[in-house]
Ligand binder design. Sequence first.
Ligand code: SF4
Length: 203
Amino acid sequence: MDAVIAKTLENLKANQFGAYYAETSADALEIVKSLIAEGEKVDRGGSMTIEQIGALDYILENCGYTDPYKVTDPAEKEKLMQARYTCDTFLCSANAVISDGRLYNEDGICSRVAPMLYGPKQVIVVAGRNKIVNTEAEARKRMMTVAAPLNAKRLNTGTPCTEDGVCHNCKSERRICCSTVITNFNRIKERIKVIIVNEDLGM
Ligand code: SF4
């Protein structure tokens, strides 16, 4: 295992995260499956990584999950979005994993970071090796120069970063980076489990 990944996993454990290593996306999916108990209510936050490893397809086919992002009726979509706050297992990624064993996230309406913080019994975070950074400052830089502009473009937000790939600290109604959340430690041991995959995944 790569030394940086090994150090990051060790530091995550010290901060009471569950910490897992997956050599490939297929391995990561097997770990996700092993952590979901039969009959559990499973939900997920918007994440390319969760889609790329096949976890979205898995929960659609096996866990009775309905994807709110595919629902057009606003009332039905909101009902489905609210369900994530009371689910058993919430799947998502992180914008960055700081190698001292912490998670860094930025969110727009916070429907991803809110259930990460409280509600679901467990949260499974899957992150590619490309998400590992050394400091909070590096995490912020990665967010504003890589992840946010790329995600804004993918989501067609029309924010200025979609034009030139540079953050303008915009005041747009569709701004996707409104709240910064750094998770330093798990009060409930291993409530948040982090799987680091030895592949580049997500943005
Ligand atoms: S603040 Fe606005 S311009 Fe900057 S990355 Fe976020 S959405 Fe883009």
